[in-house]
Design a protein around this ligand. Structure first.
Ligand code: FPP
Length: 241
């Protein structure tokens, strides 16, 4: 049985992670301000989320704002936060209608207080939804995440709650922001850049990587399905033969 992505249902990745890149270039190519690229990028988020549900992907994680992105010009940072705010305000009905559970990872305390409140409210409201877990990585950095986990583990050892000899990969995974989420099966990066940019470094150990030349604002349902087909055609060996 083939599903809308054109591959057998059992070959659909359970978890797709995306580095959404190229908003600025998309705008520049059209003589538009960078923020217009981000605005179109947030529309692509909506299309991609709908396409994941259509294809039967149960987890989608989007790199929406990195720790490093705070270094962008203040106007651009402010505009990105406004877009996030608007996305949360305007998409709540759709999130509920589509049965999406909204989740977020990263240093969420760095977000403006009103955005943080809105985020928490949509997360709470959608917590019981089951069609797709949409995780937004916000003020996220993978090295920071691993450092935070190491700190939590060191504290647990110091307090006598954890035996260092009993420490396992699961101990570490359970202290990452992504605790409880499956590892991504497929990592997509748009705009042709061959980098992982400090995104989910622990979790993508065995992910298949698909890089597309498409810029994020023009990444649509067919591009997502094409990436899924490429994934489905690969043979994952996990270090075996
Ligand atoms: C990269 O493009 C994109 C970002 C830094 C932010 C991604 C944000 C969005 C898609 C919109 C808001 C998201 C949500 C969830 C509402 P870039 O600016 O680095 O592009 P460039 O490399 O071409 O300059």
């Amino acid at each position: 049985m083939s599903n809308p992505a054109g591959v057998a249902a059992e070959r659909i990745p359970r978890h797709i992670a995306i580095i959404m890149d190229g908003n600025g270039r998309w705008a520049r190519e059209r003589g538009l301000p960078r923020i217009e690229g981000h605005r179109r990028g947030s529309e692509a988020v909506r299309a991609c989320t709908a396409a994941c549900i259509k294809a039967g992907v149960s987890h989608l994680t989007l790199y929406a704002f990195s720790k490093e992105n705070w270094q962008r010009p203040p106007d651009e940072v402010k505009a990105l936060m406004n877009l996030l705010d608007r996305f949360l305000a305007e998409r709540t009905t759709e999130i509920m209608k589509r049965n999406i559970r909204l989740h977020a990872i990263g240093h969420l305390d760095d977000l403006p207080a009103n955005t943080r409140r809105r985020l928490d409210s949509v997360r709470e409201k959608s917590a019981g939804n089951t069609a797709l877990t949409l995780t937004l990585a916000l003020s996220y950095g993978a090295r920071t995440e691993i450092t935070d986990a190491a700190r939590a583990i060191a504290r647990a050892v110091r307090d006598g709650d954890l035996d260092p000899d009993a420490l396992s990969e699961e101990t570490i995974a359970s202290r990452l922001y992504t605790a409880g989420l499956p590892d991504p099966d497929l990592l997509i990066r748009t705009s042709g850049e061959m980098r992982v940019s400090n995104f989910l470094l622990w979790q993508i150990s065995y992910a298949e990587i698909v890089v597309t030349a498409k810029l994020w604002p023009e990444f649509g349902e067919e591009d997502l399905f094409a990436a899924i087909r490429e994934y489905a055609g690969r043979h994952r060996r996990y270090g075996g033969i």
